[in-house]
Design a protein around this ligand. Sequence first.
Ligand code: F6R
Length: 258
Amino acid sequence: MQVIICDSREQVGVRAADIVEARVRKGPAVLGLATGSSPAGTYRELIRRHREEQLSFREVTAFTLDEYAGLPREHEQSYYSTIRREFVDEVDLPLDRLLTPHGDAEDLRAEALRYDAAIREAGRVDVQILGIGANGHIGFNEPTSSLSSRTRVKTLAGITRSDNARFFPGGEVPQLCLTQGLGTIRDAGQAVLVALGANKAAAVRAMVEGPVSAFCPASVLQLHQHAVVVLDPEAAAELQLADYYRRAQGLNDRLLGR
Ligand code: F6R
């Protein structure tokens, strides 16, 4: 696992965008897109590069990580609407190549199987962008999720529902969701996890320096060959080996001529 500790939130967005851009510039690519506040700076930076540096997403297919059960796509807080608003509608990614689980499907279990199969049929996700929940979830794989799980219906943890209540003023956060599984996420060629702020520091420590455990689902990334974790100083505050990660990153940047 590569750990990059940045000096600011803006730099986190730039670093994560660098990884996405490197893959997109190579030709047709499959991207995995997280929603939520963590990757917002990454998407803003990618939109800027699209507008100012001719970074094109015309040959990209994108799969989102998860969706609330019961919300139609048109709902303002569906992850389909959110990812369109925050990224897809601002670049030239063809809308018919934005794929998301349908949260309002009549048969949610069948929808989960369909979505997992669609990802496999696309080859694989080349770069998966991730955030982390304060409880260590990635996607909506809450603690005790199987490390080999595939896309399926999950019950949202209490802390996830209260963290996301800010997006549902006057309404209830759904109880259920569809989420790519930890096994599905592990199939991606590269994983880039972005974490910001002090409320993520404990989860980040458990993910990077704790044991691989279903109790911290993000720790499954320790088993991934190409996982990069990009942090602001607050999210990195509890890391025991922070000095080592900074030194290793400095040497790596020098090798790459940054
Ligand atoms: C969203 C997702 C979640 C979030 C996580 C952090 O698609 O998969 O795992 O990344 O809940 O959310 P934020 O970034 O809003 O703190």
